[in-house]
Design a binder for this molecule. Structure first.
Ligand code: SF4
Ligand code: SF4
Length: 491
């Protein structure tokens, strides 16, 4: 009996000694997969210690190294399911052999005109029922593919096994996918392997390119796995998925750390700023002009750090998917806009800017108060930072039937037209003279966009270079607001 080495699963295998115990079992359907295994037998016997095959009349007993399971598997057949589970427990590696076991599509989509008994949807792919290490679809599968899969397992050739491991993760594969992924992407080299391999004649080459008759496709996936470009695509998907998973993991950890650090710094920094302003504004005694100037420089730096921390906290919430939107009806001016202006009063005075609010005092919107305040804080502080010294800022709101359009306009150098689409990207810092000397994270507008979009709205920027810039966003109206305006809607 071959030595067990611990289940390799889809992580790849260690190099295996000869003497493998390999078996094939079939659970119904046609005999194509069993015959393919029989044809592979001479090569398999050269590679393995013991090979069990239905046509040899031998039943596998004890532990196995590799078990090939083929046939159409009905999830309502309890006896078969129990048998499959028992075999799975005894086998180091399980291979779903043939399209029925690998994808389950053939029986579900077969066309015969007969009443399906049990229902076609009861037929499932093997990976739905038990963990499967590798899949080898094909109707029938290629005998040479069976023997080379065993040879790759024996040599621990992870690179080659990647294709089969990736196939075990696919829940469907069909002629439609071949058309989408290979032909429409312009990857088809016109080799005709798909037409030759299709068991139902669903694919025909027309002018050197495959053409699919959808009604004949039984979703066996044979064309896809025989297509050289399709196989490449499956391997790349695995690489991309692994890279994507790793990147997401790194990004999640980074965002958690960022959120933690920003949260820990927030309160001590707020206390330090409060203490600093108490001294700077003369509440603890008079200061000399030099002392005041020095403290003003420190205050500017601390204000910047506080703004940075707020933005990193918001970014961390967005990226971790922890940004909850709790929409409630709000009085726009007293609850959001006026407090936002008050909080930036000092910056406004320092730049000698005037704010004009053209928002009806009683106007209401449906939004998350804290998040809407973040949007106004960002747009207003940008208007101050990039606006003209001594210039005007105008806050406006207008309503249409279904939404409220809110905007922040400022006099100033504006933004070049070709840079407008870049403004809302994460960490976007514009390479223009008016922005060169200003400190910023490039996060504020990205955060605004995320918040507005999570409210179901849109955000955009307009500008006339050298004169003004305007940022507008929409908030969809709540049902109650629409009913108030149009009582007919209530009926
Ligand atoms: S086109 Fe043919 S080979 Fe491809 S999935 Fe459909 S039936 Fe199978
Ligand atoms: S097997 Fe792939 S590359 Fe070859 S003709 Fe079909 S779609 Fe094109």
């Amino acid at each position: 009996m071959a030595e067990r080495e611990g289940r390799a699963g889809n992580q790849g295998t260690a190099t295996r000694a000869s003497g493998l115990r390999v078996a094939s079992v079939n659970f119904g359907g046609c005999e194509g997969c069993s015959l393919a295994f029989l044809k592979a037998l001479p090569k398999l016997q050269g590679l393995c210690g013991e090979v069990y095959c239905p046509y040899l009349g031998t039943e596998p007993e004890g532990d196995l190294d590799i078990l090939f399971i083929s046939g159409s598997i009905c999830r309502q057949d309890k006896e078969v399911i129990e048998r499959i589970k028992e075999l799975r427990d005894r086998a180091e590696l399980v291979v779903a052999l043939g399209s029925c076991a690998a994808l389950g599509g053939v029986m579900r989509f077969a066309r015969g005109g007969q009443e399906p008994k049990p229902e076609h949807s009861s037929y499932v792919a093997l990976p739905v029922l038990v963990p499967v290490d590798y899949s080898l679809p094909g109707c029938p599968p290629l005998p040479t593919a069976i023997s080379s899969l065993v040879a790759h397992i024996q040599k621990g050739n992870e690179r080659a096994l990647g294709l089969f491991a990736n196939l075990a993760k696919l829940s469907k594969l069909s002629g439609f996918d071949l058309m989408d992924d290979v032909v429409l992407y312009g990857l088809c080299i016109g080799c005709g392997a798909c037409e030759l391999s299709c068991p139902t004649g669903a694919i025909h080459m027309v002018d050197g390119k495959p053409d699919l008759s959808p009604e004949r496709c039984i979703r066996c996936g044979t064309c896809y796995v025989r297509c050289p470009m399709g196989r490449q695509n499956i391997v790349q998907r695995r690489v991309l998925r692994e890279l994507d998973e790793r990147l997401q993991e790194v990004s999640r950890s980074y965002m958690e750390l960022l959120g933690f650090v920003a949260h820990e710094l927030k309160n001590p920094l707020a206390s330090a700023i409060m203490g600093l302003y108490t001294v700077k504004d003369g509440y603890l005694g008079d200061l000399s002009p030099e002392q005041r100037r020095a403290l003003e420089a420190v205050a500017r730096s601390l204000d910047y750090f506080q703004d940075l921390i707020k933005k990193y906290l918001s970014l961390s919430r967005i990226e971790r998917g922890a940004l909850e939107v709790r929409k409630v009806p709000l009085a726009l001016r007293p609850e959001v806009v006026d407090p936002a202006i008050e909080a930036l009063r000092r910056e406004l005075e320092e730049k000698g800017m005037a704010v004009e609010v053209r928002i009806p005092p009683g106007m209401r919107v449906v939004a998350d108060r804290d998040l809407l305040r973040i949007v106004y804080d960002n747009l207003l502080s940008n208007a101050i930072k990039y606006g003209k010294e001594g210039g005007h800022i105008v806050l406006e709101a207008r309503e249409s039937d279904d939404e409220v359009v809110l905007s922040v306009w400022n006099e100033g150098p504006g933004i070049p037209r070709d840079k407008l689409p870049l403004l809302f990207q994460k960490f976007s810092r514009l390479d223009v003279p008016s922005h060169a000397k200003k400190r910023g994270t490039g996060l504020g507008l990205f955060i605004c966009k995320e918040i507005v979009e999570r409210h179901g709205g849109r955000i955009w920027a307009e500008s006339e270079e050298g004169k003004w810039a305007k940022f507008s966003f929409t908030l969809p109206k709540g049902k109650e607001e629409r009913d108030e305006e149009d009582p007919d809607r209530r009926r």
